[in-house]
Design a protein around this ligand. Structure first.
Ligand SMILES: Cc1cc2nc3c(=O)[nH]c(=O)nc-3n(C[C@H](O)[C@H](O)[C@H](O)COP(=O)(O)OP(=O)(O)OC[C@H]3O[C@@H](n4cnc5c(N)ncnc54)[C@H](O)[C@@H]3O)c2cc1C
Length: 476
């Protein structure tokens, strides 16, 4: 008798499919995102060890009429990766498949984390071209959400993708690139896991490099007056804004041949900047004066100005501190100045009430235009503005009122929300914001007509179905 692996999947009885998957069905029953702001309890969580397991999971879902949500390491601050049905986690689909030093390309499975990718690339003296604040995410996770770093001439990270292999809802395996199946490629490269399971990604990389970071402290007014010059003054400019002290810490990163000089101090960065600030934020929940002390301390700690040189990925990444609520929006670059002015006015109104104080810093970053259908940088030079409300020691704090006012201002300036972060934007607005929104839906109709990959987030934001945005909020 032939083993199940030799049989056509259609010929394997249902109970056998469950048997095949038993060793890769985890005992965990719940999934929470990194910040513990969204939690779900899928019917089953699978951690496939190979592509055959992935095919079996899709076959099982088709037969049982269940949705499959692919999840990486769950760092999306929204319910983007959540589902109540089947979850496929890519924990073990994490291998580098090929590195071509000459052509500066790497081929890796979608579930590899960026930390592991950096290490593998470094062995061949290669590195990623641009990066965001952390490297904990999976490669497929950053690609499908158009996650971004900073640099007015550098695209979001999905722009580094050359080709992909995708497992579609019907179980077929498709290779796509800008030349082959370009519609599927442009839909998937920021497709939120809804066009199919990304098995592998071919990525453009560059020879490994050191980055020099120069930190400069400026008052808000001065930063605005010199905005264009500052944004263009480095390959990668980012800004950390402290509205309560009217201070902006400008971080300018450039490639350099200088030797490593990592800098940093345990006392100032870790003890004061992390532990004491967290304690003050925690005390601030009960006695609001401590919120004021926290922001003044954090702002003072970065006010001195400094510089360091280190491996690119160490300098691109920053300490994201504590569990947090967050929202981030992308606006056309030319709207940056008026938008920041209006935000400044808004934050100063809010600062009067210490309970609603914005935490810090407000992060301001930039990216180059691209042609990816759902990239928030589609067709436009972009300024990204993000705010956080920390949860010191995991305790909750108010954030909804603050975020609502922030989002209203960003919307006014033609803002597009970060796909991975919680927002309230629906298909009608997305049709106006994205010229290829209908093309994207058309691709979904072709490759996944029954909505196998369509979780609650997709139903709500893409199909306008009444799925409550709080459905996966943890219950007290
Ligand atoms: C502390 C912190 C810092 C961050 N910094 C930045 C930043 O600097 N810039 C930025 O833009 N974003 C940032 N993010 C957001 C983050 O980059 C995205 O949420 C990213 O998607 C997380 O990757 P993940 O592996 O956790 O994916 P998950 O959150 O698990 O999933 C995200 C999406 O990817 C899909 N997906 C995952 N794997 C696959 C696959 N193999 N095939 C198909 N679909 C797949 C999922 O279905 C889901 O739609 C940050 C988040 C945190 C928590």
């Amino acid at each position: 008798m032939s083993s199940p692996a030799n049989l056509d999947l259609h010929d394997i009885p249902l109970h056998k499919l469950y048997e095949i998957l038993l060793p890769v069905t985890t005992s965990k029953t719940a999934f929470a995102n990194w910040a513990k702001t969204f939690v779900c309890t899928p019917l089953a969580i699978f951690e496939p060890r190979n592509e055959y397991h992935c095919e079996v999971i899709l076959e099982l879902a088709r037969r049982e009429g269940k949705v499959v949500r692919v999840a990486g390491v769950g760092h999306s601050p929204s319910d983007l990766a959540c589902t109540n049905e089947f979850m496929l986690r890519t924990t073990y689909l994490n291998r580098v498949l090929m590195i071509d030093k000459e052509k500066r390309r790497v081929l890796a499975q979608g579930g590899i984390t960026l930390h592991h990718l950096h290490a593998a690339l470094a062995q061949h003296n290669l590195a990623m071209i641009n990066l965001g604040s952390i490297s904990d995410q999976t490669l497929a996770g950053i690609v499908t959400t158009a996650s971004h770093g900073t640099g007015i001439d550098y695209g979001v990270m999905s722009t580094q993708v050359i080709s992909m292999v995708i497992l579609l809802a019907d179980g077929s395996r498709v290779y796509c690139s800008r030349n082959e199946q370009p519609d599927l490629f442009l839909a998937t490269v920021c497709g939120l896991g809804s066009t199919g399971l990304i098995l592998s990604i071919e990525l453009e990389v560059e020879p490994s490099f050191h980055l020099k970071e120069v930190l400069e402290s400026r008052c808000f007014k001065d930063t605005l007056s010199n905005l264009k010059q500052l944004v263009h003054s480095a390959e990668h400019t980012r800004m950390f804004w402290f509205p309560a002290t009217d201070m902006v810490c400008v971080s300018m990163l450039n490639r350099t041949h200088e030797t490593k000089r990592p800098g940093g101090s345990w006392f100032y960065d870790s003890f004061m900047g992390f532990h004491i600030v967290q304690l003050l934020l925690f005390l601030g929940i009960y006695l609001h004066i401590f919120n004021t002390l926290a922001v003044f301390l954090a702002s003072w700690l970065v006010s001195a100005g400094s510089s360091r040189v280190d491996d690119s990925y160490r300098v691109f990444n920053v300490d994201c501190r504590y569990l947090q609520h967050t929202t981030e929006w992308a606006i056309p670059y030319e709207n940056t100045e008026p938008c920041l002015r209006e935000l400044d006015k808004y934050f100063h109104e809010i600062l009067v009430d210490p309970r609603e104080r914005p935490h810090f810093p407000i992060e301001i970053r930039f990216s180059a235009p691209d042609d990816i259908w759902l990239s928030p940088s589609h067709n436009q030079q972009t300024c990204w503005i993000g705010i956080v409300q920390y949860k010191p020691y995991g305790f909750n704090i108010p954030y909804k009122k603050l975020f609502e006012g922030f989002e209203n201002i960003l919307s006014k300036f033609e803002g597009r929300p970060h796909w991975a972060k919680a927002h309230k934007v629906g298909p009608e607005e997305f049709r106006d914001l994205y010229p290829h929104f209908e093309d994207f839906l058309q691709v979904l109709q072709t490759v996944d007509p029954k909505g196998l990959f369509r979780n609650e987030y997709m139903q709500r934001h893409f199909f306008g179905q009444p799925v409550d945005g709080r459905v996966f909020k943890p219950r007290k």
